[in-house]
Design a protein. Structure first.
Length: 172
């Protein structure tokens, strides 16, 4: 191999952890690094402004089969909590043919901006949404179309602009 020089460093099955920096790395399909990266994926979508009335929908297509392990929302506007005028967040798996109806978020006040049981929206802050407690409801197949909905009840105090939804999956 010519001028190969050993520097006395042993490497054993590297794992990527939070905060790891890789500079000049080559990742191939046989390395443990590649399999660690492929252990999950994230889908992110920005929606249109959430109107003060009605439903505001965003659609996300799952790139691979997996299990929903987290869902986050963030918008650029604050919205006060109210038991009369509030948003309810939901995610429905429509399957890859559009006919599905699997509910992926908990149908509880935790996924609302209600005063009792919900949470107000803080401008530019990420808010975690509560997942459905039934494990089977969190499974997606590659190509599944997910409808993420912000449903306004009553008339919201203001619109919420630049809403972003981030869905986190582990690989099934």
């Amino acid at each position: 191999m010519g001028n190969t020089k050993s520097i006395g460093v042993a490497f054993s099955d590297p794992e990527l952890v939070a905060g790891t920096t890789i500079t000049g790395a080559v990742i191939d399909s046989t390395s443990k690094i590649a399999s660690n990266i492929a252990s999950g994926f994230s889908e992110m979508q920005q929606g249109a402004t959430i109107a003060t009335t009605g439903n505001s929908d965003v659609y996300i297509v799952a790139d691979a089969a997996g299990v929903l392990t987290g869902a986050r929302f963030s918008g650029t506007d604050a919205l006060a909590a109210s038991d009369t005028n509030y948003i309810t967040f939901s995610i429905t798996n429509l399957n890859n043919n559009g006919s599905g109806s699997t509910v992926m978020l908990a149908a509880t006040d935790a996924n609302t901006t209600k005063t009792t049981g919900g949470t107000a929206l803080t401008a530019n802050a990420a808010r975690s949404l509560t997942l459905n407690g039934t494990a089977a409801n969190l499974v997606v197949a590659a190509g599944d179309r997910l409808r993420v909905r912000a449903a306004a009840t009553g008339t919201l105090a203001n619109t919420v602009t630049f809403p972003v939804y981030n869905l986190i999956f582990s690989v099934a």
